[in-house]
Design a binder for this molecule. Sequence first.
Ligand code: SF4
Length: 560
Amino acid sequence: MSDTENVLLAAVNSQFIHSNTAVYYLYQILIQNNIEADVKSFSINDDKHDILSEILESKPKVVCFSCYIWNISYVYDLCKALRRIDKKIKIILGGPEVTYEPAEAFIQSGADLLVLGEGESVIVSAVLAMLNDEWPTCPGCYYESEGTIINTGIAVTDELGKIPSPFTDFMMEKERNKLIYYEASRGCPFNCIYCLSSATTGVRYFPLERIFSDLNTILRYSLKVVKFTDRSFNANQVRTLEILDFLKNVKTETCFHLEIFPAGLTDKVTETLAIMPKGRVQLEAGIQSVNPITLEASGRIQDAIKAISNMKKLTGNENMHIHLDLIAGLPFEGLESFENSFNKTIDAKPHVLQVGFLKLLKGTTARNIEGYEYEDSPPYEVLVTPWLTFIELSEIKQIEKLIDLFYNTGRFRTYLAYMHEKAGNPYHVYKELALYLNENNFSLKGISKKNKYAALAGFADKDSIAIEHLRYDYMTSYSSKDIPEFLGETFSKEMVFEHLKNDAIVREVFAEQEITSPKKLYKMCNVSRFNYGKESVVFFFNYSCRDKVTDLYSAIPIQI
Ligand code: SF4
């Protein structure tokens, strides 16, 4: 076997900004075994012709694609085209989208070999077999030999510490300025019926020394965000505290995204999270539903009330961005139950509330529940459940769009908090807003910033306090002095200058900043009085100072 055979590991990501760590694991294993390989990253938004040219440019003998729900159709097209262009090239596919129900992926792609499960223990045998016109016999392979389908089962990498680290300068240089995914463990202690992590049992961990060494390499590249892919980052308290401690003490502007199991947060972990430097970590937590029957039937055993109360404590600290997830379409969750889950979850005041729709993925037990209808092709989203009609799911879709367009931007924070409180039922606010937008011909597609504020101002139906909140939100979001008229008045230029002559005010507003002339300071601020019923407050907005977590400009109340 020559050591100069050419293997290309191709990642086709959902966006240019994403990276794929899996191919770099395989790359390291191949080169450790003296098999020449390279990695190329693409995105599904790239022109297929360009991708094919780039793949063929390096004249590979074997091309491996990693397949996920977001790229599978695209990869099928690439495989078929490669076959037509050069029949000698061997094609290997791996990843979750070919592991479960491999027969379909094998036929659709026309690949020579599928790698089922985790590829680290399979890739060398698979590649060598392809280069030598043989078939591999190790676990984790699916192929056709002499008219017979051979399936050697799903491979699982036993000792994670033995796999070479992919986080080398080779990967970091190639993926510079992209979103890097990092795993400190694989698997999940839970068994949610809709999740692929439930297909393997238990959690396997990478050794802590290796994690700290990897993180030190990653930190040298000053990335904006590093996303831990651990399905329940806080599954093991001792390790969680050690990693959090490391993240707390490093000197960096990088933000680490952690996916946690919210009901499992211990006091020690919550206390450590509370003292993280502002913006150092961001949390994503799956609430999914607050209906105990739904949670039990979903295999997601968690005390939802405890989960929400834990998250409320953390949002109150304001030192990290918090993202909560709900899933519509779970067993035993009808519209009324979903509304309750929505209202209780938004009450924790997350920065982002993601309303997802159940996906009935290959390999998950959710696929076997009677009465569910779902799309035939990826992402296999639910269409009907025994508890929700298509129309009811469409209502939730509408709410989800409005949440994304308004709530999740963080640009309407105080207005929406006020409207939620006033209605006593946040779900109804979005339901009514959907009707209002429809009746008043507001199209959501490409809606401008100004029209979003106009829509919410109209929806407030002359509630002057709501408009005050909306102007406050506008002024913390945008530094322009051109405030739409329907949001009310701000101080005139002369009035602002008058206050900028007051030393005490200037010191309070521009604390820790170099104080320059009133003319220069004027460019960096705006001022308005807000009348909230009997209460009236003047806010100075400092446009040279943004919050690291919310990205909003600083607003300082001033006694005038
Ligand atoms: S949804 Fe989350 S908690 Fe449930 S099995 Fe999957 S990874 Fe684990």
